[in-house]
Design a protein around this ligand. Sequence first.
Ligand code: DGL
Length: 271
Amino acid sequence: MDNRQIGIFDSGVGGLTVTAAIAKLLPHEHLVYLGDTARLPYGTKSAETVSRYAVQATHALMRFDVKLIVVACNTASAVALPVLTAALSPVPVIGVVEPGARAAIDATRNGRIAVIATEGTVRGGAYVRAIHALKADAKVEQKACPLFVALAEEGWTEGDVPESAARRYLSDMFAQQNAPDTLVLGCTHFPLLAKAIAKAAGGGVTLVDSAETTAREVARLLDEHGLQRKGPAERALFLATDAAERFARVGSQFLGNAIAPDQVELIDLAP
Ligand code: DGL
């Protein structure tokens, strides 16, 4: 038994989709979430910059005496997980790429998998490596879909605009012969556009969202190390590096639950 908090880190509000899955599966756990809203987006930045930002942000989370850190940001998981694991040791660190890759392998029937993500995640190739580590002969295609991040933040998740963007990004990939039968939503924001993305990919394509598989991985790790919390459920704490009011407003859509403005604290990552 361990009543300390689980720390969850993302570049902004996107990781609240992962937070929602963790809160649903593990309602007794006490969660502290940090969104680096002052420096969002990470998806367009270099691996070096994302690693530096991610180390600073997770060190700030460590001040809350956390028992485990979840890197809910796909871009940070893709480019900085080894650096973070070393920097935060002995606190265990879970990223979203490996759980997403595992879910894709479980879902595919024809061994062809598409991954959509930010530019940084695609460039780093972490999903391709993670999928090949589990199934060496899998065929993996990637596509950066940066506009989906802005659409999700704007709340334009259904209708003409996201559907037309999704068609533009995805129709070639899914029109070809032997098209992928599985599509990994390799970015925190993309589950919000799942309907438009599914429509563009066409029937028969399974969408994989790493949020649920990551939550299951958190549950497994807590179980394995005897780290489950036994106390009563407590309200999550949200930290943001800028714009607390916007965090509460936009974040509520990602979490699927209202975040009260007084639940969000501003935090300064300057050393
Ligand atoms: N959280 C990022 C990700 O999952 C998306 C937003 C950003 O670019 O910072 O890749």
